[in-house]
Design a protein around this ligand. Structure first.
Ligand code: NI
Length: 419
């Protein structure tokens, strides 16, 4: 692995913009203030006029769904899922899913994301594509109960066995949702989690229908149901959490459940708006995700940060809630915390070298009164010029270094032609 020195630059570190000279070796930031003694740089990056930020962490996505981008829009949720997505998903080959995931990796890197938390129906290809592109990945084969439940658990375990020694790949167990996993199956997943130490990744309280059905079947909210079942006694990341009672919010805080907020997907699928201000006020660790490109339609975390800043102000009719600083933290440190990734999500000596280098020379980035505000309210993601993940340059001057982008686009065009 190369020793890298980013010279004469500015960096976002500990929430502050600092003058920096970042020395990187063996995947780690050695120093933020110049080359330490004995350090020889194999590669020097001129950081003048640039801003280094911690790589963004997409805490909830289904990257293979990049194949569904712009395929099922402006339709009701039932048509979106049952009429459009599921029939295509059933016909999707392992190879299709792999190319779709690689496409998503390119989009994520090009918009400053360095780590993603993925859930998918075909085991193996998410980690494969992430490593091919040079990304850090937290992967989870989606688990649904009833017929085939044990087979899916076996696939998740097989994948975990294959990848468990790769420092760039972490596995979670992903019971898809309470409406696709019955109680005995959830108990079985809890048992596997206890045996393997894998964390839990699930969808929770996404739609009004899910809440109503849960009351009809279990006499309580989805959050109360999972709390009573004991699922939250394992470290859990819950995506969406749009419809929550005050008791639900208290339970999530008490049980240390992290919430992955997906503002654009919740809007597009007409599910509503999560009570992010209330969750943060209660002390819940809220991180940020895009969900899949079928319900977004991008994997661009800058766009997601923009929505995450704007929505709570409109909903609460209050301008001074959920600041850009808070949302940046959601997209970095809080994501790392939710995914149990140590020393990730900030730029500090001793921390992992996952860095997005932004070119600020764009009209919408002038003047730079406040960096956090510029990143959340003005940036588009196209400012990201060079990306380092685990100490390796995976994009330089907006070209992916480890994969052939044209080959990916050609394969996507081939797959989409038959749809
Ligand atoms: Ni999802």
């Amino acid at each position: 692995m190369e020793n890298i020195l980013i010279k004469n630059t500015k960096a976002l570190s500990g929430g502050q913009v600092v003058e920096a000279e970042i020395a990187i070796a063996s995947g780690v930031i050695l120093s933020m203030t110049g080359a330490p003694e004995g350090f020889t740089a194999d590669k020097v990056i001129d950081g003048a006029g640039k801003l280094c930020i911690p790589g963004l962490i997409n805490a909830h996505t289904h990257v293979y769904m990049s194949l569904f981008r712009n395929y099922a829009d402006d339709v009701a949720f039932t048509e979106w899922l049952f009429g459009r997505v599921l029939p295509k998903e059933d016909a999707m080959s392992v190879e299709d899913a792999y190319w779709g995931t690689l496409l998503g990796c390119i989009e994520m890197v090009k918009s400053g994301t360095t780590t993603f938390c993925d859930m998918y129906p075909i085991a193996g290809m998410s980690a494969e594509a992430a490593r091919k592109a040079g990304m850090r990945a937290v992967v989870s084969r989606g688990l649904t109960g009833s017929e085939g439940g044990e087979r899916r658990i076996a696939e998740a375990l097989g994948e975990w066995e294959t990848w468990k020694h790769d420092p760039m790949v972490t596995h979670m167990l992903a019971p898809h949702a309470i409406y696709t996993c019955d109680t005995p199956f959830l108990e079985r997943v809890m048992q596997v989690s206890d045996e393997t130490g894998m964390l839990i990744n699930t969808h929770l309280s996404e739609s009004e229908k899910e809440i109503a059905d849960c009351y009809a079947e279990h006499g309580c909210s989805p959050v109360e149901y999972l709390a009573k079942l004991g699922l939250f006694d394992r470290k859990t990341l819950a995506a969406h959490c749009v419809h929550l009672s005050e008791l639900d919010i208290m339970l999530l805080a008490e049980k240390g459940v992290s919430v992955a907020h997906n503002p654009k997907s919740n809007l597009k699928l007409a599910n509503g708006i999560a009570p992010v201000k209330q969750l943060l006020d209660a002390g819940v660790n809220v991180c940020l995700g895009t969900d899949g490109a079928g319900s977004n339609n991008t994997l661009n975390m800058f766009s997601e940060m923009n929505f995450a800043c704007l929505l709570p102000k409109g909903v609460n009719k209050q301008g001074d809630v959920v600041s850009a600083n808070t949302v940046l933290q959601m997209a970095t440190l809080n994501g790392a915390k939710a995914l149990s990734q140590e020393n990730l999500g900030d730029l500090q000596a001793g921390w992992k070298a996952d860095i997005a280098i932004l070119n600020l020379d764009h009209p919408w980035m002038y003047p730079m009164h406040n960096v956090a505000n510029a990143l959340c309210y003005s940036a588009t993601g196209t400012e990201v010029e060079t990306v380092i993940i685990g100490g390796e340059v995976v994009m330089e001057d907006r070209r992916m270094t480890k994969i052939d982008e044209e080959e990916v686009y050609a394969n996507i065009a081939r797959i989409a032609k038959d749809w």
